[in-house]
Design a protein around this ligand. Structure first.
Ligand code: SAM
Length: 456
């Protein structure tokens, strides 16, 4: 059998392995900011705690990897710097960041004009009066904000509902939350009743919005979850305040993820000696070249150098004669991976005014006949029957990453295995795989998927 998987906490499981055991690591840890609302994804109490947590596991990975071993660690652009700090704190070198660009992300944007029209205006002094009452009751009852959060099923809500004068964001709990609090807090005083309103109740200005159309379907979703549009109607603001902010929002569309390229420093006096002793220390350049089907491309060796302040290579001066036959395995791999996507492709071509191959073939391409990495979201066939893990990674992309950092017949470590996509990729590339997953449920899914590959 080429895979060994463990159901447990990586920190504990890795301690049972001797040092210098594995050839590479490819892993997809939780982002740690409660992005998906799962228990394993919840925040660990802030940045420093999260970095300490990841670093403690990465230290064990460092110990068990061979000197010079490389790896890829997934990171969300928003918290990529946390991941990188945890990696460095555990002893690894951060060598590069491979950016995977895709077009299927969904912006978690709040349209400001809608937020203004939806808002229910309550005098701020009155809000503080409500939070003061809840705070006083909380203290009488001797319970904590954390307990209030648990009772109401929210994260951090209690600090807003019990806000004192120094707290900048006092909130009144919604009716749905209040119904959970009332059995403990008792009925609120008469004056508070009209202020506790349902979360779906719209502000006074909402009725004046002009309906200009209707959504025909739900907006797409992240990791298989569908975002339902809160309102089916497409409407435009009419109020002076909201008109002023029409077209303003709060977020960009996510279109990239990071794969941080890491390395355990070599232990020998030079790279050659390290590769000879451990087979680790190198990355597989020819194994991940971008195939270009014998196309002739401009040679940089004949470009004129401008010199001067800008010190730029002068592409305008290159001549037809300055071409050479492409390396038979394709272009030198880059640190940008681009998923095939019609919109991205059109956008790049429109902006550059070039034919598609000029721009697209500078990027990574995992399928021989495609100008891009064709890295669509995993299909249900790729996920496997019953695989409901919310962050299943595409096998083609995982194969590319594993192939980049793992020596021939080497072993790949994944301490955050989930449903085992990296394991599948490792086995399909002819590597050994060692995976660890804390959740029994996900472990069983990975087990089935990996057995399926081994039995083929
Ligand atoms: C982002 S998911 C990985 C998904 C995976 N790439 C896939 O394709 O299915 C991260 C996983 O790490 C697991 N996990 C979190 N903390 C862990 C720990 N301390 N030890 C082992 N697994 C852990 C979670 O249960 C979760 O399944």
């Amino acid at each position: 059998m080429n895979h060994h998987i463990f159901n447990g906490d990586s920190l504990e499981v890795l301690q049972t392995f001797p040092e210098n055991s594995f050839d590479s690591i490819v892993t997809d840890p939780p982002a740690g900011i409660g992005l998906l609302g799962f228990d394993w994804d919840k925040d660990k109490g802030g940045r420093d705690q999260w970095i300490r947590w990841l670093s403690s596991i990465m230290k064990e990975c460092y110990r068990t990897l061979k000197p010079g071993a490389h790896g890829f660690v997934w990171a969300l652009p928003r918290t990529s710097h946390w991941t990188a700090m945890a990696i460095e704190d555990s002893g690894f070198l951060v060598k590069d960041v491979v950016v995977h660009i895709f077009g299927s992300g969904f912006p978690k944007n709040i349209a400001i004009d809608k937020a203004l029209d939806r808002a229910k205006y309550v005098d701020t002094d009155l809000i503080y009066k409500v939070t003061g009452w809840i705070r006083a009751r909380r203290d009488e009852l001797g319970i904590t904000n954390r307990e209030i959060d648990e009772i109401t099923g929210v994260k951090g809500g209690a600090s807003h509902w019990t806000a004192g004068p120094d707290h900048k964001q006092p909130h009144i709990p919604t009716k749905e939350r209040w119904e959970k609090l009332e059995p403990i807090f008792g009925a609120p005083p008469e004056w508070m009743m009209p202020l506790i309103r349902p979360s779906h109740e719209l502000g006074e200005n909402w009725k004046d919005r002009q309906v200009v159309g209707a959504y025909t379907r739900d907006a797409g979703g992240l990791h298989g979850a569908t975002f339902k549009s809160q309102d089916r109607e497409i409407s435009e603001p009419t109020h002076k305040d909201s008109l002023k902010w029409r077209g303003w929002g709060t977020a960009l569309k996510p279109a990239s993820e990071h794969w941080i390229l890491i390395q355990k420093p070599i232990s020998e006096h030079n790279i050659a000696a390290n590769v000879k002793k451990y087979s680790t220390g190198a990355i597989n350049i020819d194994g991940i070249r971008t195939p270009v089907k014998g196309e002739k491309i401009p040679s940089t060796s004949n470009l004129k150098f401008n010199g001067g302040d800008s010190a730029m290579w002068d592409f305008a001066k290159r001549s037809e004669a300055s071409t050479y036959i492409q390396h038979p395995k394709g272009r030198f791999p880059t640190n940008v991976l681009l998923s095939k996507n019609e919109q991205i492709s059109k956008l790049l071509n429109r902006q550059s005014g070039r034919k598609s191959s000029d721009v697209s073939t500078y990027f990574f391409n995992v399928e021989m006949d495609s100008p891009f990495l064709y890295c669509k979201k995993p299909s249900s066939a790729e996920r496997g029957i019953g695989n409901h893990h919310p962050t299943v990674k595409p096998i083609n992309l995982m194969r590319y990453l594993a192939r980049t950092v793992t020596p021939p017949s080497g072993s790949v470590l994944d301490p955050f295995m989930g449903s085992g996509s990296i394991g599948l990729a490792a086995l399909l590339e002819g590597f050994q795989f060692l995976g660890i997953e804390k959740s029994e449920e996900y472990f069983q899914i990975a087990n089935q998927r990996l057995k399926g590959v081994e039995n083929v």
